[in-house]
Design a protein around this ligand. Structure first.
Ligand code: SAM
Length: 358
């Protein structure tokens, strides 16, 4: 049974419900539904519900191996704290039977990713970090299957494990498909007195395997006020004149985008939420109108919100009931009349419907 969320309401369905791929391979081909939200473990959902070669753009913002567990306090959105914290998701890792299973599953893939897994285990031993990297290796393998050859994948992480993840991702997508390391630089928050304050995340961009979309024009930014080129252009040695583009210049790989201001209306209050401006730049650059955008760790639904705003179809997955609840409420509030589908296991459905965003 499939269920389409009627405009302006929040409802959920039982899972699993594998949507059928259309002949064009478009995922969640459910007539006019704008997108699909899944509550559950993304590994399972990617394998059972998302057709192969169906996503034009994948953005993933998984836990970063931060050794923290994230909670949410009711009312926190406006800086108040009027309730007991609710656990949302964990980001603490240790070696376990699950990690051993992940290791064996990655070895079965053979090739570079299996070699990388062996090397990481030998170097980092049976540690929490190794368990974390293997968890993500399995999910990146599943994502490779659902990514179109012409698609792009953005892997968001930070310096805690990013350097290891890059090796894992190179083994899965191929070094030749690595396109960019984007540094997302933000300001705000406290400053360390004992080291340089960490104020950036890393985002690795990989191509599927074929020609990918890249649209520099919609993401142009103003030239720096100090740019001489912006004022008068330049003349090459051969005498050719180059003039500045009135629309500005395509951004380089260091992006200054503020985090969501705690007092802004844009803020959902979900821990680790990313700014819509970051996702809008990624979607504009690497997808076209009508394309399918997949976020397998969707949290508060920032990617889904940006996709809906920009006319892309979307698929969001999260295993935290609160995340799915935040995402659906956010979409319903921002886009009155929106029609989308929610799949949730029966037992999780009740939890999700009990929880409501702060
Ligand atoms: C860093 S947050 C994503 C935040 C999101 N980008 C936003 O803007 O709100 C990571 C999310 O991954 C989810 N998650 C962790 N492990 C998962 C899994 N195995 N399957 C699905 N979701 C998972 C967590 O519940 C959490 O919401």
């Amino acid at each position: 049974m499939k269920y389409r969320e009627p405009p302006g309401t929040a409802a959920c369905d039982s899972f699993p419900n594998a949507p059928t791929a259309s002949p064009s391979g478009v995922a969640h081909a459910e007539n006019d539904a704008a997108g699909t939200l899944y509550l559950g473990d993304n590994l399972e959902i990617l394998r059972t519900c998302i057709p192969r070669n169906s996503a034009d753009l994948i953005y993933l913002d998984p836990p970063f191996c931060s050794a923290r567990n994230y909670t949410l306090t009711a009312g926190k959105r406006n800086g108040e704290t009027d309730g007991a914290p609710t656990a949302v998701f964990t980001d603490t890792w240790r070696w376990s039977d699950q990690a051993e299973q992940d290791f064996q599953a990655v070895l079965k893939e053979n090739g570079a990713v299996a070699e990388t897994a062996r090397a990481l285990r030998s170097m980092l031993h049976e540690s929490g970090l190794t368990a974390y990297l293997l968890m993500l290796a399995r999910r990146l393998l599943a994502l490779r299957t659902v990514l179109k050859p012409s698609g792009s994948l953005y892997l968001h992480c930070d310096p805690t494990a990013g350097h290891y993840l890059k090796i894992v991702a190179d083994g899965i997508f191929g070094r030749s498909n690595f396109i960019n390391e984007i540094i997302w630089h933000y300001t705000g928050g406290g400053r360390s007195k004992s080291r340089f304050s960490q104020k950036h995340d890393c985002i690795y961009l990989y191509a599927g395997s074929g020609n990918r979309v890249f649209n520099p024009d919609p993401i142009r930014v103003p030239y720096k006020p100090t740019s001489g080129y912006a004022k008068s252009g330049i003349t090459s040695k051969a005498g050719k004149r180059y003039f500045p583009d009135p629309r500005g210049t395509p951004p380089d790989d260091v992006w200054d985008i503020p985090i969501v201001n705690p007092m802004s209306r844009e803020r959902t209050g979900y821990p680790t939420e990313k700014p819509p401006a970051l996702l809008e730049r990624i979607l504009l650059a690497s997808s076209n109108s009508g394309d399918t955008v997949l976020d397998p760790f969707c949290g508060s639904g920032t990617t889904l919100y940006a996709a809906q705003k920009l006319g892309r179809r979307w698929i969001g997955i999260d295993n935290a009931p609160l995340a799915v609840q935040y995402s659906r409420q956010r979409l319903l509030a921002a886009f009155p009349g929106i029609v989308f589908t929610v799949h949730a296991a029966m037992e999780q459905r009740e939890t999700m419907c009990r929880l409501s965003p702060a």
